[in-house]
Design a protein around this ligand. Sequence first.
Ligand code: PLP
Length: 423
Amino acid sequence: MSTPVPAAVHDAALPSHEGGVDWARVRADFPLLMREVHGKPLVYFDNANTGQKPLPVIASQDAFYRRQNANVSRAVHALGTEATEAYEGARGKLARFLGVRADELVLCSGTTFAINLVAYSWALPRLKAGDVILVSRMEHHANIVPWQLVAQRTGATVRVAEILADGSLDLDALYRAMTAEVKLLALAHVSNVLGTVNPVREICREARRRGIVTVVDGSQAAPHMKLDVAAIGCDFYALTGHKMCAPTGTGALWARREHLLAMPPFIGGGEMIKEVSFDGTVFNDPPHKFEAGTPNIAGFVGLGAAVDYLESVGMDAIAAREAELLAHATEALQAIPGLRIFGTAPHKAAVISFLVEGAHAHDLATLLDLEGVAVRSGQHCAHPLLQFFGVAATLRASLAFYNTHEEIERFAAALDKTRRLLQ
Ligand code: PLP
């Protein structure tokens, strides 16, 4: 006898937060947070690296493989139709979440793929010697290296927009750097190291006035704030699912339709074609033109479930909760002697990079791990940013809405204890 599993088990399990969010209940949706590490209750403060998954997302994976697993857009049988509907349904949910049209949303493995798609398909055929690609000092390597590769092959150059000492973008310098040679601006919405929230709407307006195409890296924004991507006014917006409660290997690139129509495919294969002969190939319409091969179907079903989950909690409630946790964590860290915070911009997300005088970042992170506290140490895929601050590594505590004030207290106490051991 087969075990009955509801087709949309993740929908059935969605919590209701009418009348205010019960944060203890939200936390209980994340089973991993209940575990111990080295005999201590886990404090997971590495959310900018990857986020944890709530029960409805975990259940969606189980339900998909038990009930719906088939390939998309190929088979006419019931399972094929259901899998295709689930995959396209996830695209629709993500499009609604971002405030964009579903046919302008390319599903891909994450931000790294999304930015490379723009680099190889939009920039490579267009840029030439003398052109400039403008990036900021605070970019993740995923928003630097693809542009360097394009520059090497086209003769264009990469120009850097500098930041101020508090980790904000130097807007005057940025606008001065937007000269006539600049064809493309690639910029993080939120810095993964400093937490700085860049005024992307204003910046994209200035870029557009100058005819500069804009790529916004939304990896660290999508999990933390209500987005209206169409209102930002950029040309491309990239994001990654695993930082927003979804499975790894999921993400998306939103692009203006005019770009998607004009861009050649990046990767060739099945799904991205209408017709193939040895005389040539007719490509599919966007966004499918950019989705060659079998996608991470279950992963995208999980991304759809993650979007449902985040919306059930509420992005405004999540932003408010994280602002409160950030204020508490900042205050708790500032009380620790010799601690220096990198990134104190007035508008920042719940990411705190810091160093403690006399203690190496990796040593502190290793000792914190023994206390059950997971924070990242190192360069956070942002070597040029750390070079600006003249340091080889920092520790980074990055918080999410499912973290608690009590965890912040335990983290601060563990940090104070470990830094004493090292000094
Ligand atoms: N951009 C930023 C700002 C990030 O924080 C990250 C991940 O850490 C990435 C890009 C790369 O994301 P992924 O590895 O999921 O493609």
